[in-house]
Write a protein that binds this ligand. Structure first.
Ligand code: ADP
Ligand code: MG
Length: 216
């Protein structure tokens, strides 16, 4: 995962979030307070604003700077959680590398674990973690099996989609939606939707590169 890829991924995520504005916004209006789209849009815009400053830095430093910037810019429950993802990923890349698919899977999992511990949440609570935990598990398993690049990325997209859909039937036990009890059944969690949109955008970008060499 080189710096050029991270910066391209930021552009792809920003574009994908804007494309899904109406959907993400209405989900948080239904079972939250309606600001989730604004929060993530602000976050991705500040990352885009950092591009010139980040170009030429090593990937771990880039991820760390993105995390710190997000921590000070995005509000809501999701802000510090997403920031902690990048900060933990930065630490993992610095300590264990971020070049092979296995190393990237380790870094992604470290990021997801940071969200779990910061938010004191786990799978099945109707949050972004219902997308992130299964994707991290699939990523680790397939990288470990030496799966080819394209089928790994397709599988991650599918896992993200299944995880996002899985939140529809859940009752929330974390975040604002937890106060609404059974009223949230039938609604997809907004953070799960935005996570699925972001993961899909990064996977599609990586797929467009055709070969793992362009990514690392
Ligand atoms: P807020 O809930 O403060 O308005 P956002 O609307 O930006 O913040 O984010 C809401 C999303 O954050 C939820 O849809 C859910 O996915 C996620 N979320 C909330 N609390 C937690 C938590 N403890 N752990 C993981 N994700 C959480
Ligand atoms: Mg909200």
């Amino acid at each position: 995962m080189n710096t050029e890829f991270i910066l391209k991924a930021a552009q792809a995520v920003n574009a994908a979030i804007l494309t899904h504005e109406a959907e993400i916004e209405s989900l948080d209006r239904e079972i939250g307070d309606g600001d989730h789209f604004i929060n993530i849009k602000r976050g991705s815009a500040v990352v885009i604003g950092l591009q010139d400053e980040l170009a030429g830095l090593t990937p771990d430093v880039v991820l760390q700077r993105i995390g710190m910037k997000l921590l000070s810019t995005i509000g809501g429950a999701s802000g510090p959680l997403i920031a902690s993802f990048f900060i933990a990923m930065a630490k993992s890349v610095k300590e264990h590398g971020g070049e092979t698919l296995t190393e990237i899977a380790v870094a992604f999992t470290a990021g997801v674990d940071a969200i779990k511990s910061r938010g004191k949440a786990d799978i099945g609570e109707k949050t972004m973690l219902d997308v992130l935990i299964p994707v991290a598990g699939k990523f680790t398993a397939l990288a470990g099996q030496g799966a080819d690049f394209a089928s790994l990325l397709q599988a991650l997209k599918q896992e993200a989609s299944l995880g996002m859909q899985s939140t529809k039937v859940m009752i929330a036990s974390k975040g604002r939606a937890a106060q609404l009890g059974e009223r949230v059944i039938g609604h997809i969690d907004p953070g799960a939707k935005s996570s699925q949109v972001m993961i899909t955008a990064v996977c599609d970008l990586a797929l467009s590169l055709k070969q793992v060499r362009s990514l690392i």
